[in-house]
Write a protein that binds this ligand. Structure first.
Ligand code: NAD
Length: 363
């Protein structure tokens, strides 16, 4: 396994591996870019088939976080961590404490948050060993979990995409959601309230049953959700939903979901544009969670401003869709260009405060 020659290595600043024999922890932290500030990103626990798959995931996810924060207009860099293991059977307090030690060893260059396979309770356990944790702040109203903010941003993004592509609001629009976990659940709630018709599939039957019972969601077989008869396809599970096999069967005219790394390869962005499918770039539409975590970690601010800030997602998407239309470039390429422009401007602007003091845990 090589790192520097890995296809997804993109001048990452740090890629740290850690194994702790006693707890069984095997984890990787990747810090992609700290131009805008200390890196922040979720800690994912997943039963990766091997270390290569885990490395690919953490390299791609951490790069996405850099671009996400850049367009989300928050002064944090891009980082991510992965724990190799099954969150349902291999998670123990010892393992989480060891992960806390690992995060602490990065001296604040990486701030961990919740991701697929980890919960607020897990992050709280890690925070016994490190102060560099976000997403656990609770003020009575705000419970720490950033997923509701992510879902709200995705919902607003779908609204903008539907308006752009179909010229309508969400009433009666069919949205097929792959994965109704933390983000998907709250997304279903928003969409149902807006009058959309929601279809869903999930490998976890309990998660699926919850949205069927609470919101009357239509259950779709797992192997049919990506090709469901719907105007919007919303990937909200793991990455790589849009790949050379699945793209041929997509019937939706909009792809807008919460999952990270929805495109298996960069070329998928151009392929979607060629098919006339409007793609809401994942790191743009799902930035609500990191914006939420940012507010949780900055002392002077409070959670009342989160919603207002998350609305930047709708504005960004409007700009991206419009630029894509006028230039003919894929929306994924337009988003990358915009994010890189923010990073380049920041790299030459000495007034930006990227010190650790600017971002410290408050809870
Ligand atoms: P989660 O683990 O709570 O939910 C994921 C759901 O997808 C689960 O119910 C799982 O059973 C289901 N799933 C997994 N593989 C599937 C498959 N092949 N087909 C159908 N369902 C499948 O995770 P989450 O926190 O809701 O995050 C979902 C996605 O959104 C992830 O890609 C995550 O990185 C991304 N994301 C999450 C946040 C956040 O605030 N939680 C923020 C930004 C991005």
């Amino acid at each position: 396994m090589t790192v520097f020659h890995h296809p997804d290595f993109d001048h990452h600043e740090t890629v740290a591996f850690h194994a702790n024999e006693q707890s069984g922890l095997k984890a990787i932290i990747a810090v992609h870019n700290t131009t805008l500030g200390p890196s922040m990103g979720g800690c994912r626990m997943f039963p990766y088939v091997d270390e290569e798959q885990a490395l690919t995931d953490v390299l791609r996810l951490s790069k996405g976080m850099t671009y996400k924060s850049a367009l989300g207009n928050i002064p944090v860099g891009g980082g991510k961590s992965v724990i190799i293991g099954d969150p349902y059977t291999q998670k123990t307090p010892e393992l989480l404490l060891a992960m806390g030690d690992f995060i602490e060893s990065q001296n604040g260059c990486y701030i961990g948050a919740e991701d697929s396979g980890t919960s607020v309770a897990d992050l709280s356990m890690m925070s016994k060993r490190t102060k560099h944790i976000s997403g656990i702040f609770s003020d009575g109203e705000h419970g720490g979990d950033p997923s509701p903010s992510t879902a709200y941003g995705v919902y607003k993004g779908i609204e903008v995409a539907v308006e752009h592509q179909l010229g309508s609001d969400l009433k009666g629009v069919r949205v097929a959601i792959q994965g109704v976990g933390n983000v998907g659940y709250h997304l279903v709630r928003h969409l149902s309230e807006a009058g959309a018709v929601v279809l869903a599939a999930d490998i976890n039957q309990a998660n699926l049953d919850r949205v069927v019972q609470e919101f009357g969601v239509q259950e779709v077989p797992l192997d049919q959700i990506l090709s469901a008869e719907a105007e919007v396809l919303s990937p909200c599970a793991m990455g790589g939903a849009i790949n050379s096999k699945t793209i041929k069967n997509i019937k939706a005219v909009i792809i807008a979901g919460g999952a990270n790394n929805q495109l298996d390869t960069e070329e998928m962005g151009q392929a979607l544009a060629g098919l006339g499918i409007l793609y809401a770039p994942d790191y743009v539409i799902n930035a609500g969670g990191i914006i939420d975590c940012y507010y949780q970690t900055v002392a002077e601010e409070n959670s009342n401003r989160i919603r207002e800030h998350v609305d930047i997602i709708a504005d960004n998407l409007k700009t991206i869709f419009q630029r894509s239309k006028t230039t003919g470039h894929a929306t994924s390429d337009v988003a990358d260009e915009m994010a890189l422009a923010v990073l380049e401007a920041a790299a030459t602007d000495n007034s930006i405060d990227t010190s650790l003091d600017n971002i410290s845990q408050t809870s």
